[in-house]
Design a protein around this ligand. Structure first.
Ligand code: BV8
Ligand code: ZN
Length: 249
């Protein structure tokens, strides 16, 4: 049983302003592939970095759209896990919580989190690649397996519809990014859950909080290098570690 150092638990439960910063690992126990999982099927031959770009979509829209529809279909079949639920419970309990996610799923919202800053957009908000007009999905994708799928067309300009995510080489949404950085500067505790910290500029968020003097706590089955007394690496799956924060309540 991984117990949580009392000082780390206290820093979270007594935070004036807690920032929760999540990556793909927070959804792993819901059965959602992280980026570093070996992807199955058609996608095993492609590196997500090569699929999640505007160039890839221009080059082969059906391959990219098929990849996202496969992921959306998987997401429609999974549930939030205890990690998502503890994060939603912390929002109810603490004076101020800012939830920042790199994930494009809606599991935080489905677990009850009310305000989620999506730094990399959402798979559930497609729009026209040309005129940016939002597109409304007509029901669930009907994919027997991972396969290329021709994207729908925009009703006003006939452009191809693209996923509502931020691709590599694309700017992050201004509002969410500004709010995320100012929350990191203001918080007194930051919980970083399930991220490999490789993608910029999101990966700077925990560092900004640490520089501002916040206690920074990493939750990850892999040890995260910590360099000061007010940083902690809680090694283990988020679905098991996070409930310990609220244990013996
Ligand atoms: C930008 C949406 C500028 C899409 C994503 C060099 C060359 C080219 C580009 C760059 C470069 N250097 C920097 C860049 C910029 C680039 C970048 O950072 N590249 C990296 C790879 C080097 N960044 C960008 O391009 C960004 N845009 O910079 O724009 C600009 C400015 C103005 C105008 C124009 C342009 C945009 C980046 C956003 C990309 N989109 N997602 C989609 O989802 O398909 S990124 C995507 O990958 C995710 O959103 C996430 O951010 C990232 C994956 O990271 P993680 O979430 O950490 O997941 P990962 O799988 O890596 O790790 C999972 C972790 O969980 C692991 O640590 C694992 O141990 C842990 N775990 C596993 N199980 C559990 C667990 N933890 C807890 N519990 C468990 N059970
Ligand atoms: Zn259009």
């Amino acid at each position: 049983m991984t117990d949580i150092p009392a000082a780390a638990r206290q820093a979270v439960l007594q935070a004036r302003h807690l920032v929760v910063f999540t990556g793909a690992g927070v959804s792993a126990e819901s059965g959602v592939h992280t980026f570093r999982d070996a992807l199955t099927g058609l996608w095993a031959r492609f590196d997500p970095m090569q699929l999640a770009t505007p160039e890839a979509f221009r080059r082969d829209p059906a391959l990219v759209w098929g990849w996202y529809e496969w992921r959306r279909q998987l997401l429609l079949g999974v549930e939030p896990n205890p990690a998502h639920r503890v994060i939603a419970a912390l929002e109810q309990r603490l004076p101020r919580v800012t939830l920042i996610t790199q994930n494009v799923d809606d599991l935080h919202e489905r677990a009850g989190s009310r305000k989620v800053l999506h730094l990399h957009g959402s798979i559930f908000t497609p729009r026209c690649f040309d005129c940016e007009r939002p597109y409304k999905f007509e029901g669930a994708p009907a994919m027997a397996a991972e396969q290329p799928l021709e994207p729908p067309r925009c009703s006003s300009c006939n452009g191809r519809v693209r996923p509502g995510v931020v691709w590599f080489g694309e700017a992050l949404p201004e509002g969410a990014l500004t709010a995320a950085f100012s929350a990191a500067e203001d918080c007194d505790c930051l919980l970083s859950i399930g991220t490999s910290g490789l993608v910029q500029p999101a990966a700077q968020i925990p560092e900004v909080a640490a520089q501002a003097g916040a206690t920074v706590i990493h939750v990850n089955p892999e040890a995260v290098a910590v360099h000061s007394a007010n940083q902690y690496s809680l090694q283990g799956p988020a679905g098991r570690i996070l409930p310990l924060l609220l244990a013996d309540d």
